[in-house]
Ligand binder design. Sequence first.
Ligand code: FAD
Ligand code: UDP
Length: 400
Amino acid sequence: VAEVTEQGQKIERPAFGQHGAYTHSKNKKYDYLIVGCGFAGSVLAERLATQHGARVLMIDKRDHVAGNAYDEYNENGILYHKYGPHIFHANSDEIVSYLSQFTQWRPYEHRVLANVRDQLVPIPINRTTLNKLFDAGLKNDEEAAAFLASRSEPVAEIRTSEDVVINAVGRELYELFFQGYTRKQWGLDPSELDKQVTSRIPTRTNTDDRYFTDTHQIMPLHGYTKMFEKMLDHPLIDKQLGTDFRDVRNDIDAAHIIYTGPIDEYFDWRFGKLPYRSLRFVHSTIDKEQFQPVAVVNYPDTETPYTRISEYKHMTGQEHARTTITLEYPSAEGDPYYPIPRPENQLLFKKYEALADSTSGVTFVGRLATYRYYNMDQIVGQALATFRRMDEARARFSGK
Ligand code: FAD
Ligand code: UDP
């Protein structure tokens, strides 16, 4: 239950009675209704059930847990990711050790190649990329840095996703690697997107061809879904899958709601639609052992309608005579996958956020509800921080 203090700060007053036990006095069947069984909802369900002894009902409109991280074995027995490739990487030991309660891991370093000028070259752009594309003969970091400096067009104030790349590598490489891909992926030119989008991709002068440099680069040994099943296997957690919050919001008996769906939908789009970008995933299984040399190949040209092809066996380590791949076709319609980082969308989100802050009894968490372009580890971190605040409020309230 949320309360607003005199300072206008929202505090969480947990749904439990004076003696610290979850209240039955209100005759609520559940202490929490959690909308969405992705990372945000599942971490909170696990924490509240195991640490607070709370009775939790989770719902999801999909017929499975794990949200966008859901994976399953297809009819050919190959483990694939239904909503596109999910690669786990994190710098936080705390987040990894939290998740390690529910899974073992396999080490996996992600590598991506871009199909540019009929060659497959490393992305992020590194010294190998430059040498392959321009036959530049760059022998060390200094030579690569000088090569990039001669091409870069310094931008005084970096605001947009175009500025980031032009400033780092100049226009030719920007057009080859970023402009077309971004226009396809977002339906917007990089100049219309906040700098945080292309800032996700560094530029390197060395030959490191890993997509990420995080200290933890690992995949759940038996897949994401198995990890979620273990996380949610608790007698105080009930699940109702294939259930849309919109259909049951007036029927469910819970003292507090944790909502991880799109925030504008919760408020019936009161201020207008908050844009989210969607994708169409086309999965297929091919009759050979390997389709491409690495897990992901990007297609930054504008003639190819998809942005990238992913091949799962590289990520999962599965051995199989056949292989499953996914093509990603960006789209304006469909399930909301990406908040679209640009100033006007942030302004609209802030209006919804203010409304959320003044709505008692509901906590908004996760990528869709907080409209943040967050990776899985960041969502786990956000959910753990949310739990910590609830835990502190509970301790304050019970005088412990
Ligand atoms: P979600 O996983 O989206 O879960 C929200 C859940 O709420 C969904 O299951 C949805 O069905 C449910 N829901 C929504 N509305 C309702 C409703 N009205 N009623 C009932 N249920 C509802 N992150 C990485 O770290 N590494 C990657 O490699 C990576 N790759 C990605 C690739 C793609 C194509 C996408 C789209 C995302 C990727 N991410 C990656 C990001 C990652 O998916 C998210 O950070 C993470 O899944 C967010 O978790 P969440 O719980 O906030 O949201
Ligand atoms: N990007 C690009 N070309 C690439 C890779 C990325 O233009 O080859 C841009 C594009 O705008 C993309 C963003 O950088 O949306 C972030 O890339 P990332 O691989 O992190 O995207 P995600 O995995 O979240 O879809």
